[in-house]
Ligand binder design. Structure first.
Ligand SMILES: NC(=O)C1=CN([C@@H]2O[C@H](COP(=O)(O)OP(=O)(O)OC[C@H]3O[C@@H](n4cnc5c(N)ncnc54)[C@H](O)[C@@H]3O)[C@@H](O)[C@H]2O)C=CC1
Ligand SMILES: O=C(O)C(=O)COP(=O)(O)O
Length: 534
């Protein structure tokens, strides 16, 4: 388990509000602001960073993660994470967290402003006036009242746009295959497919994230369907095919378009979008309000501080996320699961093809994704480099290891019991743990034997025949090697059958000492478990 550090380096590569920077400093972190860096300068700056905060200006590529061995979290002070390679982050065990709420209203308001601005050619008219021309006769706008608005992507921003524009006399249609009809209806929008949405709309506004699926979602054919209307894009460049859009506006297929976002940012000066009189643009200002910037900066800083203190990260996109009160309830189980996973993997000692994590009793009521991920971390830790709860599920998937989680409310003896079973083919081994008063972790069962062991430091698990003198022999051999026994617990199947003894030791047991022990034919096996570092 990592420990709390408050002197870590947080690299900030896009400007965020001071309130966010202050929170990082208040937590004791070293904040390094380095704006507009890319290439080798970015790789150098990130090399010793524990946290990284970006907005849309920094491309956080796989190469960045490869050069950032100490990085634990990338905080995105905003919504869109298309500039962050989340797969690479997961592979490197780095949390990616955004601030999905803070700038929603700002983006929605900017969308509304852009819609009116394009419908009434406000920027063009203003430019003519500043040029000294009273061009009153040249501008005949379009009223929104009585028209139809098509919303492509009815998520947080899309819904806020619907709320605002539904009240100015627009009929609303929406295309979003991932939201329910009820939600759309509550907003007064009819949920339709993309074709119907574009065919019906006089104004189309896009609010989808940029993904492989949405890249050029609006191309030449789709623009043709909006014939005579307007397009607004305050989501992401790349969702709309810019060349096709410039042509559509030039050719009069569309009356106008309003764009806040571009495939290439900053927008190159020679972009055809800038030549089209009826395309209005802003330099990615959707989130640029004081309120939004303060909100996203503080939310992001809080998450970075939390991650660096091994606390839950609320908006983690690639790790199980839990809220703070739920986290308080499951926190002790996170460590217990990791320990049980380590003990199970070390005792099983061979390749595994499955992990089962079972929860019984009160704990079964909780959301336990993070606990299960921790159990996996424990199982994989002896095998893999830099495995944590973020990338453990990925490691399992890549290695073809089947992970199952099951819950039951009934337990025989404990209020809550957690069991990690590792196995391959028909062989398997289970380790169960619980928490005693004061959240003291205890291993209460190993491979079917009831034990009561404090999981800590170096442990020795001996399997022996239940005959007189065996425990004495083990004590003598360890004593002769100056290995102090801090505690022990003996469990047996039946009198004279097989027994399992767990020792807590003050020092590791050298291999020759273990060989000496198994040389006695009453001792079937001895295995050392290393929980040092826990
Ligand atoms: N211009 C700016 O400064 C800002 C831009 N944004 C951008 O706005 C976009 C939306 O943000 P939110 O509404 O907060 O995200 P969200 O995740 O709440 O909503 C996105 C919606 O798009 C839908 N969607 C996904 N794939 C789709 C597809 N193929 N077809 C149709 N719908 C699809 C989802 O189901 C979801 O409902 C993001 O790209 C974000 O980066 C957000 C804030 C500021
Ligand atoms: O939050 C988003 O998705 C945005 O597009 C805002 O981008 P920005 O933080 O202003 O670079």
């Amino acid at each position: 388990m990592g420990r709390f550090h408050n002197d870590m380096k947080v690299l900030v590569t896009d400007p965020i509000a001071d309130a966010g920077l202050e929170r990082l400093r208040d937590a004791g972190h070293d904040v390094v602001e380095a704006y507009e860096i890319e290439g080798d300068a970015l790789l150098d700056a990130v090399a010793d960073a524990n946290g990284l905060i970006v907005r849309s200006g920094t491309e956080v590529t796989r190469e960045v993660f490869e050069h950032a061995p100490d990085l634990q979290i990338v905080g995105r002070a905003g919504i869109g994470v298309d500039n962050i390679d989340i797969d690479a982050a997961t592979d490197h065990g780095v949390i990616v967290a955004n601030a999905p709420e803070g700038n929603v209203r700002a983006a929605a308001e900017h969308t509304v402003a852009m819609m009116f601005a394009t419908a009434r050619s406000i920027p063009q008219a203003h430019a003519r006036l500043t040029d000294g021309e009273w061009a009153k006769g040249d501008f005949l706008g379009t009223e929104l009242n009585g028209k139809t608005l098509g919303i492509v992507g009815l998520g947080r921003v899309g819904q806020e746009v619907a709320k605002r524009l539904g009240s100015v006399g627009l009929d609303l249609v929406a295309y979003d295959p991932y939201i329910g009809e009820d939600r759309a209806n509550q907003l007064g929008a009819e949920l339709v497919d993309l074709d119907d949405c574009l065919d019906a709309a006089d104004f189309v506004t896009v609010h989808v994230p940029l993904t492989d699926e949405t890249h050029h979602l609006i191309g030449e054919d789709e623009l043709a369907q909006i014939e005579g209307g307007y397009l607004v894009n305050v989501a992401r460049g790349g969702v709309v095919d810019e060349d096709a859009l410039a042509d559509a506006v030039d050719d009069g297929v569309l009356k106008g378009a309003a764009l806040d976002v571009f495939e290439d940012e900053p927008l190159p000066a020679d972009s055809p979008l800038l030549d089209a009189e009826d395309i209005i643009t802003t330099p990615h200002l959707g989130a640029s309000t004081e309120a939004a910037q303060e909100h996203v900066a503080t939310t992001t800083a809080d998450q970075v501080v939390a991650a660096l203190a091994n606390q839950p990260v609320l908006n983690a996109l690639n790790a199980p996320s839990v809220d703070e009160t739920a986290y308080e309830r499951i926190e002790p189980y996170i460590e217990l699961a990791e320990t049980a996973g380590k003990v199970a993997a070390q005792l099983f000692g061979e390749r595994i093809d499955r992990i089962e994590v079972t929860y019984a009793g009160d704990i079964a009521d909780e959301d336990l994704d993070l606990v299960t991920a921790s159990a996996q971390k424990g199982v994989f830790e002896p095998l893999e480099w830099n495995v944590n709860a973020v990338n453990a599920p990925r490691v399992a998937e890549e290695r073809g290891i089947d992970v199952t989680e099951s819950k039951t409310h009934t337990t025989e003896d404990f209020q809550s019991l957690l069991t990690v079973t590792v196995g391959v083919d028909d062989r398997e081994l289970s380790v169960s743990g619980t928490l005693f008063t004061g959240d003291e972790p205890r291993i209460v069962s190993i491979d079917g034997y009831r034990v009561d062991a404090i999981p800590h430091g170096t442990m020795l698990v001996a399997r022996n025949r239940d005959e007189p003198g065996v425990i004495g022999l083990i004590g003598t051999v360890l004593g002769e090697s100056d290995i102090n026994i801090a505690g022990m617990f003996n469990a047996r199947e039946t009198i004279g059958g097989e027994a399992l003894t767990v020792y807590n030791l003050d020092n590791p047991v050298p291999e020759d000492v273990r060989d000496d022990l198994v040389a006695d034919d009453r001792i079937i096996s001895v295995q050392e478990i290393d929980l040092n570092g826990d």
